[in-house]
Write a protein that binds this ligand. Structure first.
Ligand code: ZN
Ligand code: ZN
Length: 256
């Protein structure tokens, strides 16, 4: 299993780093996780977007779903030739995106997307990837995701505050892709995690590796890495830098 970072900037995109978006590949299956601003262009730099098997959205905040709108245009009027992409999303996705199409509403968006509602506790399977979901602590209805294959386990926190059992949900994962919006002395409302909370969560979950994402764009990721490493113990911790590739699981671990 392999994870490509399309973008990881928290809140808003910056030059060279789109908002949240990841491509998960396993044995011919390709899952696009979150479609923040700029991630559609980044994805096209890696592959033919018509070969994505499904898009999975964590929540309706624009930094995680705004590129559904240009993707709609590409699917409906571009080279895709009428392809309908399976789109998994929590409650609120359809209702938030539909008004962009005025009176045609979701009916128009439905020409490009086969919408499948997901929620906490649901299980889905796309190709060889099984996914489960956890409701997080965040203003919008937000789902953390756990993706499992015979080769490994990835858990992605999406956006979340600290008052949720993310460590339990991520237990034993090969990679925890965890949001780390805040830094020491720069902590806002409890709707996001700090880098040290991400490190602590990874240690409590017993994961093999931690990747920091959603670092606030004006913060230095090196500082986030230092704070996360202090809290994570012996775990390897990396920043989910745009363009970075994570090999997930034992079978593929030797390659790096
Ligand atoms: Zn966000
Ligand atoms: Zn959010």
């Amino acid at each position: 299993m392999r994870l490509h970072v399309l973008g990881s900037s928290g809140g808003y995109p910056v030059p060279g780093n789109p908002n949240s978006g990841f491509l998960l590949e396993h044995d011919g299956t390709r899952l696009w996780l979150d479609a923040g601003t700029g991630t559609f262009a980044a994805l096209q730099g890696l592959m033919d977007f018509t070969r994505v098997d499904a898009l999975v959205l964590s929540h309706v905040h624009a930094d995680h779903c705004a590129d559904v709108l240009p993707l709609y245009v590409a699917l409906r009027y571009g080279v895709a030739g009428g392809l309908r992409l399976p789109l998994y999303g929590p409650p609120g996705i359809r209702e938030t995106l539909a008004p962009f199409f005025q009176e045609k509403g979701w009916e128009e968006l439905g020409n490009a997307f086969d919408f499948k509602r997901i929620d906490a506790g649901d299980r889905i399977e796309v190709g060889g990837v099984r996914m489960t979901f956890l409701r997080t602590q965040h203003p919008a209805h937000t789902l953390a995701m756990r993706a499992e294959t015979g080769a490994g386990v990835l858990t992605y926190s999406a956006d979340t505050g600290p008052e949720v059992d993310l460590a339990g949900f991520a237990r034993g994962s090969d990679l925890l892709l965890c949001e780390a919006t805040y830094q020491e002395g720069k902590v806002g409302a409890p709707v996001h995690l700090s880098a040290s909370q991400a490190g602590e969560t990874a240690r409590n979950a017993g994961v093999r590796e931690l990747a920091l994402t959603h670092v606030w764009p004006t913060f230095d990721p090196e500082v986030s890495l230092r704070e996360a490493r202090e809290a994570a113990g012996d775990l390897p911790v990396r920043w989910a830098k745009p363009g970075e590739v994570f090999e997930i699981g034992r079978a593929e671990r030797n390659g790096r």
